[in-house]
Design a protein around this ligand. Structure first.
Ligand code: ARG
Length: 459
């Protein structure tokens, strides 16, 4: 069958070319945006006197029916169509005849597709943001439960200073809060309407772009028609936000994987979010976290795809741009899946506070507090640091820990040590003393929890 655009050419294409050219197998997802965009367009055309009111009514009525039928499954997508835009227009024209052919007045598929992606992605951003909020909620709840559970804080993956598990978790809550902000920021730039830019140069018809923009919930219009049809910055921006979000989930996954190992045993994931091995009966594997870590690579690949597709494209529309969709849809779907599994995985994980405390008591992570004790007795920090290091070396040699060293032994290193040293190096006290803004004390973690909860509510 000849294409709708037959005229300059026969419109008869080879089936291999058809398959190659066609995008309906992935852009069908944008059907709702496409139909809502067309309804607004038909309304604008009649308001401006470009088509008759009665024609516009017929078009809008039928488009609403098509939307309904697609939603309830009574109408199926025709995978032989070139793309979603052609499918809807063909369906409309098949049903209402020549009136349907008036819909495409004063528009092009170039501004139509640009409109559809923006509308589609802004809904996806809302969904992703809700999922991120739910995950932040789960993290913050856990942080509250474990705001005084002592664990070793690490640098270089070496035990460094005592922190609380609540404090550690809140670091991830803040990362995700920034992800939320980035998504909102991208949506702001994305939410400008390109419809009415037409093929590239605007149109001779007396259109009202602001009317269409407002009807479709945009904050304004794209002010340069060439830019309107060739801009996919918002896709690159969104995927880059999603790549950063995945990077955060991946770092968290890595810790969850480490913490679930017997070497750490800081947490135990629920059976519902782990798998067994087909050969080793003892295994309980953190597959969900590993998959999130793995899928991060996939989203990075999507980012590379969109950037490379756009690089070197002359203005305005080029068919290369059809390649924007698979990577953006893949990134969006992947992130949604990861967030959906992550939230209940965090919600249901058990925390082994005894093991955390045990690990915290083994790595001399109160050595900084030991030095600070001497500093408070007027010793310069560098001198205090050196003495504390020597005490640690002594402990390692004698197989002792700072808490079990006698006062007599302490005094061999400095006369400044008194009995109060033991309360100063108590792990809980060490964490509780870190009252500086953002520190690990319970009070500070409570402030952080409060801040994040309010920020999420106000988003
Ligand atoms: N399927 C196309 C895309 O996704 C729609 C735009 C086609 N425009 C054109 N002039 N061929 O980009």
């Amino acid at each position: 069958m000849a294409k709708m655009w037959a005229g300059r050419t026969s419109g008869i294409t080879d089936s291999i070319a058809d398959d190659f050219n066609s995008s309906i197998h992935f852009d069908y997802k944008m059907y709702k945006s496409d139909i809502l965009g067309s309804i607004a367009h038909a309304a604008m055309l009649s308001k401006q006197g470009i088509i008759a009111e009665s024609d516009s009514e017929i078009i809008i009525n039928e488009l609403e029916k098509i939307l309904n039928e697609l939603e309830n499954g009574s109408l199926e997508f025709d995978m032989q169509s070139e793309d979603i835009h052609m499918f809807i227009e063909q369906e409309l024209t098949a049903r209402v005849g020549d009136v349907g052919k008036k819909l495409h007045t004063a528009r092009s598929r170039n501004d139509q597709v640009a409109l559809d992606i923006r509308m589609h992605l802004r809904t996806e951003i809302n969904e992703i943001s809700d999922l991120v909020k739910a995950l932040i909620g789960a993290i913050v709840n856990k942080a509250e439960m474990y705001k005084d559970a002592i664990m070793p804080g690490y640098t270089h993956l070496q035990r460094a200073q005592p922190v609380t598990f609540g404090h550690h978790l809140m670091a991830y809550a803040f990362m995700l809060l920034r992800d939320l902000e980035r998504l909102a920021d991208t949506k702001k730039r994305m939410n400008l309407s390109p419809i009415g830019c037409c093929a590239l140069a605007g149109t001779t018809y007396n259109t009202d772009r602001y009317f269409e923009a407002e009807k479709l919930g945009f904050d304004g219009i794209v002010l340069n028609s060439l830019d309107g049809v060739s801009d996919r910055d918002f896709c690159a921006e969104l995927i880059s936000n999603l790549a950063i979000l995945m990077m955060h989930l991946s770092r968290f996954s890595e810790e969850i994987i480490l913490w679930s190992s017997w070497e750490f045993k800081f947490i135990e994931l629920s059976d519902n979010y782990t798998t067994g091995s087909s050969i080793m009966p003892q295994k309980k594997n953190p597959d969900m976290a590993e998959l999130v870590r793995g899928k991060t690579g996939r989203v990075y690949g999507d980012l590379m795809s969109i950037l490379t597709v756009l690089k070197g494209l002359p203005l305005a529309y080029n068919k290369d741009m059809q390649e924007d969709k698979e990577c953006i849809f893949d990134a969006v779907d992947t992130v949604k899946m990861c967030l959906k599994v992550f939230e209940p995985m965090i919600n249901t994980m058990a925390v082994c506070t005894d093991n955390m405390l045990l690990a915290a008591s083994k790595g001399f992570i109160n050595a900084t507090d030991l030095a600070d004790y001497l500093v408070k007795k007027d010793l310069p920090f560098r001198t205090a640091y050196k003495i504390s290091g020597e005490i640690v070396a002594y402990c390692i040699k004698e197989n002792k820990i700072l808490e079990t060293l006698s006062l007599q032994e302490y005094k061999q290193f400095s006369f400044l040590f008194e009995n109060d040293i033991y309360t100063q190096i108590d792990l809980k006290a060490c964490a509780q003393k870190r009252i500086s803004e953002g520190g690990t004390s319970v009070e500070s973690v409570e402030k952080q929890i409060d801040f994040v909860r309010k920020a999420v509510l106000n988003d």
